[in-house]
Design a protein around this ligand. Structure first.
Ligand code: ATR
Length: 275
């Protein structure tokens, strides 16, 4: 667990992750390892900010001369409205996860971080599970990159809404027929829940990908059906690396950052925290 500061008691530092809760965030250990490896005299801390106080907190961090913050749940939208400069993608998904505090500029490295983890996979068909905040940015980014996206969600109406927004299709059965990627963006793993995927219909060489990075019932069942699996740790590294590069102009030491995460989450079940 991180040492967590309340925003009014934020220490002198250069970078932070703000969230509520934020004690479980792996970002401090990852970024501090990166700065040490780069020989940069920066410190990255975890700061607790209650909902409704994000603007005040960011103003305060700006006065303390922080350079950057990551933003995790549930603050990605409130943080967007504090920013004076954001790109079109942040506007579309109504979320920023990375802020240049001095310039009041925001970007969203979640979606590009996710896409980077797909490596050289050719865009084809994806079954995307979930219709929450993470699904929103990733569905948009996948469609933008030429993927055919089919959305399943426990609450069907939310899948319909997201599909309309993102230019995707909706499905009322989690049917992976034809999908090269079966992507779990839901919080089901955090509750130890499985998802009703019709696994016997998966195509050969399909990849099951869970954005959570602890134990995942979804990935366990996928592996039992012979699928290749990926968890959320590579995405956590990528979104952090992109944030660091945007803040500092340095090339992020991804291997060091991944190594800093090796001891893994301290909670027994998966967590799903980008930024
Ligand atoms: P995030 O910002 O992390 O995406 P969120 O916006 O709260 O989180 O969205 C959570 C997603 O996980 C939703 O799609 C939610 O489904 P509902 O729309 O039906 O609530 C999904 N989810 C959460 N718990 C789940 C469970 N036990 N089984 C299936 N889906 C679940």
């Amino acid at each position: 667990m991180n040492h967590v500061y309340s925003w009014r008691e934020a220490p002198k530092a250069q970078f932070a992750v703000i969230g509520d809760p934020v004690d479980h965030s792996l970002s401090p250990q990852m970024h501090n390892a990166a700065y040490a490896a780069l020989g940069l005299p920066f410190e990255y801390v975890a700061i607790q900010v209650p909902p409704g106080e994000v603007s005040q907190a960011l103003d305060h961090l700006r006065e303390l001369e922080y350079r950057g913050t990551n933003v995790t749940v549930p603050h990605k939208e409130e943080a967007l409205s504090w920013c004076k400069h954001v790109d079109g993608f942040c506007e579309q998904v109504q979320a920023v996860n990375t802020i240049d505090v001095r310039r009041r500029a925001g970007v969203n490295t979640d979606a590009n971080g996710f896409l980077a983890t797909l490596g050289d996979m050719t865009p084809s068909s994806v079954l995307l599970m979930g219709a929450g905040g993470s699904a929103k940015s990733i569905a948009r980014a996948l469609v933008r990159d030429g993927w055919t996206v089919r959305i399943w969600n426990r609450t069907h109406e939310k899948a319909v809404d997201l599909a309309r927004l993102a230019g995707a299709a909706v499905t009322d059965e989690a049917d992976p027929t034809g999908a090269a990627l079966i992507l779990n963006t839901t919080s089901a793993s955090l509750q130890g829940d499985d998802l009703p995927v019709l696994w016997e219909r998966t195509v050969k060489d399909a990849i099951a990908y869970d954005l959570a990075y602890g134990d995942s019932p979804f990935l366990k069942v996928a592996a039992e059906h012979g699928l290749r699996t990926m968890n959320g740790l590579p995405m956590l590294v990528e979104q952090g690396a992109l944030a660091l590069e945007w803040w500092t102009g340095e090339s992020a030491p991804r291997a060091v950052m991944a190594k800093a995460l090796e001891k893994g989450p301290e909670k027994p079940t998966g967590t799903k925290e980008q930024g």
